[in-house]
Design a protein around this ligand. Structure first.
Ligand code: S3P
Length: 445
């Protein structure tokens, strides 16, 4: 699919965003592990969450969708069946990594696989600690397919250091740790999203999150400790999910860079481990007001009111990188439309996302006329108050496709995004939402 965005219109209106992707994955999986009937509203119905639901079907979990309400009936983690064929996790690393932890906890044999894109994502980061816990799991040269064989439960509790902050790895290990013989401790170099901890805590599990200083290196470490329950018996899930901040990010940047724009986004998830982009944009001079703050099933939410703003360049490094790990494509567009130098450092992890987001972003923004420079662990952008326009490619990456489309709203000429069908992976209503707000978009299939 080619998406053409013609500049010259402003964005105005109000939006209720689809449910959060990370929370949708977790809620569906925990519902599949819980015994009984679960109900999740404002569930994200998209390519990657469909992969999780189909995987649950393979394990014998029964579910139904009515619009964005997901109902799940499960016999619980002990009632899951071993799938007879490889589980297709499609393009979803979250599905694969979270399932690996859950299956290890249940001692359930399975093969976890997916698209060629998924087969390129690093998996040794979950295989090593799961093996230390006693799970019989192996990868093919550090990548999918992963083969899990029947292992003995309980697993061993571990004290494990993650070299890169990752909520997927942390969640995988926390799920496995539910079936461990003692307290599991995970140490991360940055504040990865804490949705799993919040959900497990609300189910009654004992999880402590704290920042500690390592005595040897005096580096700050983000520590998570889970005490396993006496008996592995998870309750059903009943939740209304907040709007996805990572989907909101594209609309926020779209309104900031498009002259005359003023939009309101309702019930957006504002978990502080996710909202690094807000802090950065505010520091760049963005006019964003937060109102109606509240809490929804343990997750902070609020409404965002965003107006077109003159932005200036900035520096992004350290823990901020983790708190906006999915937002760099949208952020880079804001930086190209800003005035002055933006520097992103300590962000090598971006190379291991749905695409190598450092190279792909720099290549494609460069095609649009932005002054970008790639570095091993990030990039610099000399903001010129906008981009020229042109033809770009999505590199099989939903977030790249959406960011490049947003660039088109305020470029001097139209932007044509090839491979734009990827938007359906996480934000199927992206095109219709932007069009409803006033964007001029044309789809060629
Ligand atoms: C996610 C964690 C992040 C993020 C991904 C979703 C999650 O990945 O990039 O889109 O739901 O836990 P990493 O854990 O690999 O950083």
């Amino acid at each position: 699919m080619i998406l053409t965005i013609t500049p010259g219109t402003s964005l105005r209106g109000e939006v209720h965003l689809p449910g959060d992707k990370s929370l949708s994955h977790r809620a569906a999986l925990l519902a599949g592990l819980g015994e009984g009937d679960s109900r999740i509203t404002n569930f994200l119905v998209s390519g990657v969450t469909r992969a999780m639901l189909d995987a649950l079907s393979d394990l014998g979990v029964v579910w139904g969708l009515q619009g964005t309400t997901l109902e799940v009936r499960s016999a619980g983690i002990r009632g899951l069946r071993s799938p007879s064929t490889p589980v297709d996790c499609s393009n979803s690393a979250t599905t694969l990594r979270l399932l690996a932890g859950a299956l290890a906890a249940g001692g359930i044999p399975a093969v976890l696989d997916g698209t060629d894109g998924l087969r390129r994502r690093p998996m040794q980061r979950i295989v090593d600690p799961l093996q230390q816990m006693g799970a019989d799991i192996n990868s093919r040269e550090g990548c999918a397919p992963l083969v899990l064989k029947k292992s003995t439960i309980p697993l061993r509790a571990i004290d494990h250091t993650l070299h890169v902050a990752s909520a997927q790895v942390k969640t995988c290990l926390l799920l496995a740790a539910l079936a461990a013989d003692g307290a599991t401790i995970l140490r991360e170099p940055g504040p990865s999203r804490d949705h799993t901890e919040r959900m497990l805590r609300s189910m009654g599990y004992e999880i402590i999150s704290q920042q500690v200083e390592e005595t040897e290196s005096s580096a700050r470490v983000y520590l998570t400790r889970l005490n396993p329950p006496d008996e592995l018996h998870l309750p059903p899930v009943n939740m209304k999910l907040p709007g996805d901040f990572s989907a909101a990010a594209f609309l926020i940047v779209a309104a900031l860079v498009t002259p005359g724009s003023e939009i309101t986004l309702h019930s957006v998830g504002l978990n502080p481990t996710r909202t690094g982009l807000l802090d950065v944009l505010l520091a760049m001079g963005a006019d964003i007001q937060v109102s109606d703050r509240g809490e929804q099933y343990g997750e902070p939410v609020g409404s965002l009111h965003v107006r077109h703003s003159a932005l200036s360049g900035t520096l992004v490094e350290g823990p901020l990188v983790v708190r906006m790990i999915d937002e760099f494509p949208a952020f880079a567009v804001a930086a190209a439309h800003a005035r002055g130098l933006t520097v992103v450092r300590q962000a090598t992890e971006l190379r291991y996302k749905e695409s190598d987001r450092i190279t792909a972003l720099c290549t494609e923004l460069g095609k649009l006329g932005a002054a970008v420079q790639e570095s091993p662990d990030g990039f610099t952008i000399q903001g010129q108050g906008g981009t020229a326009g042109g033809q770009v490619a999505a590199h099989g990456d939903h977030r790249l496709a959406m960011a490049l489309a947003v660039a088109g709203l305020a470029s001097r000429k139209a932007v044509r995004v090839q491979g734009a069908e990827m938007v359906a992976e996480s934000f199927p209503d992206f095109v219709s939402t932007l069009a409803r707000l006033g964007g001029k978009l044309q789809v060629e299939v």
